[in-house]
Design a protein around this ligand. Structure first.
Ligand code: SAH
Ligand code: SF4
Ligand code: F3S
Length: 521
């Protein structure tokens, strides 16, 4: 390709919109970094863009509908003469495949999560391509076939995407001082309602050395907080194959570790567990002031992990560990693999080892056959656990899952709505009590941003005295905490640092406090 064509492509401005979970946010950052290195520029609005990329989510129908309505609007603009290249990335095209291209001719290409390392070349092809037919348009999905083909570790080219991360401080400023690091891709749990094992493929653990190195590079480029990502982080387990060199020394073999296909450990292998990994990052990257991880699975969460959390002061006392339901009958139909009693045993163990741990979770209401009794059991569980918060979702039947084939979506919309609202209300009351317990205490707050309430318009609405600046951040236990500072200049200096705040007031959603004068550590 000639230089002039290259320049032509790079002059195009990209708008990237991300839906879904933290995995998707991280993928978007990595993709953006790759394109940034190639010289592409990005813009903040759909209407200014030459290329529009949607990184999509498929976990609930609503998430899909959101992006499909955007695609519909753009289709109208294109028929009215707008020239724009649309690419769909992520879990929706992985699930739907080429059918999407048939239904929506305005989409130039699709690219599933396992093929994102190839995005720059697909994009180039699409930008250069004149009017492509459905069969010419690129449709990359890999996770489904990967699972079927019993992929070997060496085939896992997606590791390249994580390894291609851009640490250029000019680029990193866009994500600030908080960063995500993937430790495990995919999921092997197959909860009956969930598309993720299909869209993200088999569970694969990244090599610990690559993870530690990535954390170190992030710290050097200004990250203060790191969140490790996996669908079931506590299941992280990396098996190293060890070979002996000519001097008889152990030489670790590098590559991802695939749970489903790893052989039992023998004398030629060493294992890094999740507890080992946490300990390594905490010990080897001391610049990281906050180390957290999501999402935890309530089963197979050993005391070894809880003890490392307790003993390492920079690992946050926070667990996002979804229960999904408080009814054993529903948990069984969901194929979650634990009972309510086992879930409660885990929470009790966690609180015993880490007394100030805060627990958050997810709940699905209206799973097929769910009754008032099951709903009451869920409320009971919420009261017992005293979650700091729960994300509550209506059950959404998803194509390709076991539940949609096996169970009729027979709970009425009214029951789903009523249960969801009352669970939110109950959760709010408990959350209010959890927050209230912090009044009078001094907490460490990782400062994230100037609170949206500090905008002029919000100040007028709230009748604040002019110039009042409020900062917002999070405690170790992931509680939001707001406090006032003297000026915007002072506020900007504090963003990305950890400060001490004395809590003076609270509500169900946040703590309010005053900054202690010795905030500069
Ligand atoms: N791996 C995580 C969750 C990933 S999906 C875990 O197992 O906890 C995020 C959340 O979306 C889930 O916890 C679940 O509460 C919700 N969810 C997933 N599939 C859903 C569906 N079909 N309908 C409604 N909510 C769903
Ligand atoms: Fe989905 Fe279950 Fe895997 Fe979580 S653990 S991603 S809910 S299949
Ligand atoms: Fe959605 Fe895919 Fe994440 S389905 S929740 S973006 S793994």
């Amino acid at each position: 390709m000639s230089n002039s064509v290259e320049q032509h492509i790079e002059e195009r401005s990209i708008f990237l919109e991300t839906f879904g979970c933290q995995m998707n946010e991280l993928d978007s950052e990595l993709v953006q970094g790759q394109l940034f290195s190639l010289g592409y520029s990005f813009c903040d609005s759909r209407s200014d863009a030459d290329v529009i990329l949607f990184n999509t989510c498929s976990v609930r129908e609503q998430a899909e509908n959101k992006v499909l309505s955007r695609i519909g609007e753009l289709g109208v603009e294109i028929t009215e003469g707008r020239q724009v290249v649309i690419g769909m990335l992520g879990c929706l095209p992985e699930r739907e495949g080429k059918r999407l291209l048939g239904k929506y001719p305005q989409i130039a290409f699709i690219c599933g999560p396992s093929e994102l390392d190839r995005l720059p070349s697909i994009l180039q092809q699409a930008v250069l391509g004149e009017k492509m037919s459905t069969t010419d348009r690129v449709a990359l999905q890999g996770n489904r076939s990967r699972r079927l083909a019993a992929l070997s570790a060496a085939d896992d080219t997606l590791e390249l995407l994580d390894l291609s991360r851009v640490f250029d401080p000019d680029f990193r400023t866009s994500t600030g001082s908080s960063a995500y690091v993937r430790i495990t891709r995919g999921c092997n749990k197959f909860c009956t309602y969930c598309v993720v094992p299909n869209t993200r493929g088999a569970e694969i653990h990244r090599p610990p050395d690559a993870i530690v190195e990535e954390c170190r590079s992030l710290a050097q480029s200004g990250a203060v907080e790191i969140t490790l990502l996996g669908q079931t982080v506590n299941h992280y387990r990396y098996t190293h194959n060890v070979a002996l060199n000519s001097d008889g020394e152990e030489v670790p073999q590098i590559g991802p570790s695939i749970t489903a296909f790893s052989k039992p450990v023998d004398e030629t292998q060493r294992v890094t567990t999740f507890a080992n990994l946490l300990q390594r990052i905490h010990g080897e990257v001391s610049e990281i002031e906050r180390l957290r991880f999501v999402t935890s699975y309530p089963k197979d969460f050993g005391d070894d992990i809880l003890e490392v959390m307790r003993d390492c002061p920079r690992i946050c006392n926070y667990l996002h560990v979804p229960a999904q339901s408080g009814s054993n009958r529903i948990l069984k139909m969901m194929n979650r693999g634990y009972t309510v009693e086992e879930y409660l045993e885990f929470i009790e163990r966690a609180r015993k080892i880490i007394p100030d741990v805060e627990i958050a979770g997810d709940i699905i209401v209206g799973f097929p056959t769910e009754t008032e009794e099951d709903y009451e059991a869920t409320c009971d569980l919420i009261r017992k656990v005293r979650f700091k918060n729960n994300f509550v979702f209506h059950y959404s039947p998803r194509p390709g899952t076991v539940a949609i084939d096996r169970f009729k979506d027979d709970v009425s919309k009214e029951d789903k709505r009523r249960w969801l609202n009352s669970i939110l209300e109950l959760g709010g009351t408990i959350s209010g009590d959890v927050h209230k317990a912090y009044e009078g205490q001094t907490v460490d707050v990782f400062v994230e941003r100037i609170s949206p309430k500090s905008t002029k318009q919000a100040q007028v609405e709230l009748m604040w005295e002019s110039g009042r600046v409020q900062l917002s951040g999070r405690t170790q236990g992931d509680l939001i905490c707001v406090f006032d500072v003297g000026s915007e200049e002072e506020a900007n200096k504090m963003i990305g640092t950890v400060v001490h705040v004395e809590v003076t007031n609270s509500g169900p959603l946040l703590l309010e406090g005053t900054i202690c004068c010795n905030y500069e550590k």
